[in-house]
Design a protein around this ligand. Structure first.
Ligand SMILES: [Zn+2]
Length: 341
């Protein structure tokens, strides 16, 4: 049984490939953070190595989750699975290093120990092309002449940043955010969340089950999110030096963790989108419903044009950061643009 949920458009063709024994040697799994890329990668690693699949009474093409291979892959102790992630080499914390790629090549050159397939998962594959062609080229060589029974799974939040030469050698699997009702149902049935809270969490998670699950496991994440919302809600009223200080702290994090800064700006975007929805008289579509009163008060103090204009500023800032603008300058401009109440 697949652990992946809500991606039937990918699972059905994968099942067909598995049944026909025509699994590609490389897949590019793309989708927003925490949508389930790693879950699907581990599902695939288990499915190709599963020894209980044929014996399963329902003969599903997914992994059985009971045989030693499935069980060891889930526990992260399977000798023929090698995972590479950004931050795994402390000398270059923001990208996958050439040393990590070499280690991967070395792993692939050895014969399988446990199963039929050696599997490599590269999480953050877009960083392979971030101005360091050496590691991308090393990987490219492997993709051009893949050793037999090797499965390479590249995970990325940004498929456009993957070198076209790499992309063209992979089969693409685009993971989509789950519909709110599907995610809420999953939280109710698998995580025992009570229905109203499940629906609220599903809305906040924007269809990404990993995010919803991590907030259930670590309630501090929701508290942090609320702290950030306080800052966003107060931005218009805060003195300029305070806003610049905030911009400065975000900018200094940007070089180390671009994704974190992007996620912060998405939070800004959602707060201001909620304000616009309330202003437009459709509050039922707002996400941050736990702060309804505050949103309503702020929306009534602003005009629709002010809210829409600031939303555009946030989008422009995201675009500028993606285009390598100076992060401090871009974020300070955004803080200047926050409408004063
Ligand atoms: Zn199995």
């Amino acid at each position: 049984m697949w652990s992946t949920i809500g991606q039937d458009h990918l699972l059905r063709p994968l099942e067909a490939s598995l049944r026909a024994g025509r699994v590609a040697h490389a897949y590019l799994l793309s989708g927003p953070p925490q949508v389930g890329k790693m879950t699907l990668a581990l599902d695939l690693a288990a499915a190709v190595n599963c020894s209980g699949r044929d014996a399963a009474a329902d003969a599903t093409a997914g992994p059985c989750n009971r045989c030693p291979a499935c069980e060891r892959i889930r526990r992260g102790v399977y000798a023929d699975l090698h995972t590479v992630a950004v931050g795994g080499d402390s000398r270059v914390p923001t990208r996958i290093s050439i040393a990590q790629v070499r280690e991967t090549e070395n792993f692939l050159s050895l014969t399988p120990v446990e199963g039929a397939w050696k599997v490599v998962i590269i999480d953050g594959a877009e960083t392979l092309s971030a101005g360091q062609s050496e590691s991308a080229n090393a990987l490219l060589k492997t993709l051009e002449e893949p050793p037999a029974n090797v499965l390479i799974l590249l995970l990325t939040t940004n498929p456009d940043a993957i070198l076209p030469t790499i992309r063209s050698r992979c089969r693409t699997l685009d993971l989509r955010p789950l519909p709110g009702a599907v995610l809420a149902e999953h939280l109710i049935s698998e995580w025992d969340v009570e229905p109203e809270r499940a629906q609220w969490l599903a809305r906040l998670a924007r269809g990404c089950p990993g995010w919803a699950r991590s907030t259930l496991q670590d309630p501090d994440l929701l508290a942090d999110r609320d702290d950030e919302l306080n800052r966003i809600a107060d931005a218009g009223a805060a003195p300029l030096d305070e806003r610049f200080q905030y911009a400065g702290s975000l900018a200094s994090q940007f070089s180390g963790d671009r994704e974190l800064v992007r996620q912060r700006l998405y939070l800004w975007q959602r707060w201001w989108r909620d304000l616009l929805l309330i202003k437009e008289g459709v509050p039922q579509y707002a996400h941050n419903t736990h702060r309804r009163d505050e949103l309503a008060a702020q929306a009534s103090a602003l005009t629709g044009a002010e809210i829409a204009s600031f939303l555009r500023h946030i989008q422009d800032t995201l675009t500028a950061l993606d285009a390598n603008a100076n992060p401090r300058l871009a974020l300070e401009c955004l803080m200047l643009a926050a409408p004063v109440r």
